[in-house]
Ligand binder design. Structure first.
Ligand SMILES: NC(=O)c1ccc[n+]([C@@H]2O[C@H](COP(=O)([O-])OP(=O)(O)OC[C@H]3O[C@@H](n4cnc5c(N)ncnc54)[C@H](OP(=O)(O)O)[C@@H]3O)[C@@H](O)[C@H]2O)c1
Length: 253
């Protein structure tokens, strides 16, 4: 009898054959308690956990199945968040285009207000756009997004404050889409309920890590999320990590 984390579903169509998280990676989105925030992060990465080469080339590590999954995630949330460096590097639209569904609000964390106007996420399309910056930031940031100013310390805004402030504005299901630094900061702060690792059949061998968390000395302090595997197609697969549930007992040798 395989354990939950050993179950592999070979066909994405199977997602809906089981209504629970073992069969459908979107079941936890639907089951999320509306009285508290539900925060999910995603990382598209190679088999060795890289999101870019040493020169920063990252397009494209993932293929169509993982991109479809990312768009499905966007369609299932109220808001999508990225860090300022992702806007500079990729100029993403952050809209739902590959699947049907509505666009989530687009939120960018830009503490020092360094971003310029004219980026694609700022496009006027009826979707709410919000820029989160530090209260004392003096630079002029872009136009085209509402500004949310939050207390910061040495340029860092407490991720818990960000989530609380967004929840208070009615954003209940929130996707932290990237990049690596933003996801790592939210993960270190214990703000993420679920992490979707979208694995591409590629080994880069060097380059940028997907996650870069605070160092730990003992394995006993490692995060041991309960995991679910889903084949996406074309050799890509999803590891859905439930960061609110430990799989420690299952992992005992
Ligand atoms: N593989 C994937 O799934 C994926 C997804 C998205 C992006 N990416 C890639 O990731 C790379 C960019 O990622 P990155 O790690 O360099 O940067 P990033 O996470 O996109 O942005 C980091 C920046 O966001 C701001 N920030 C985020 N959280 C903050 C907080 N709590 N308080 C204050 N500031 C905060 C800071 O801006 P300041 O620097 O202004 O202080 C920080 O340096 C790009 O190459 C992009 O292609 C990959």
């Amino acid at each position: 009898m395989p354990t939950t984390s050993e179950r592999v579903l070979n066909d994405p169509a199977n997602f809906h054959h089981r209504p629970d998280e073992a069969g459908d990676p979107f079941a936890p989105f639907r089951a999320a308690d509306p009285s508290r925030p539900f925060v999910i992060a995603q990382l598209g990465q190679s088999l060795d956990g890289r999101i870019a080469t040493v020169s920063g080339e990252s397009k494209y590590i993932n293929g169509a199945p993982a991109l479809d999954h990312l768009h499905r995630m966007r369609a299932e949330v109220d808001a999508v968040i990225v860090g300022a460096s992702t806007i500079v590097a990729d100029d993403p639209q952050l809209t739902v285009r590959r699947v049907s569904g509505r666009n989530p609000a687009r939120i960018v964390i830009d503490p020092s207000r360094r971003l310029k106007s004219g980026a694609r996420w700022l496009e006027e399309d009826g979707t709410q756009r919000l820029i989160i910056c530090a209260q004392n930031a003096s630079a002029q940031s872009c136009t085209g997004a509402e500004r949310l100013e939050l207390v910061s310390s040495n340029g860092a805004i407490d991720p818990r404050l960000i989530i609380e402030s967004l929840f208070a504005r009615g954003f209940k299901r929130i996707l932290i889409e990237g990049g690596a630094k933003t996801i790592s900061v939210f993960l270190d702060a214990g703000c993420i309920d679920r992490l979707h690792l979208l694995m591409a059949p590629m080994i880069i061998g060097s380059g940028r890590n997907g996650l870069d968390l605070s160092p730990i000395a003992e394995l006993s302090r490692a995060l041991r999320p309960k995991t679910y595997f889903h084949a996406l197609g074309a050799g890509e697969f999803l590891i859905d990590c439930n960061l609110r549930q430990s799989a420690q007992e299952e992992h005992q040798p």
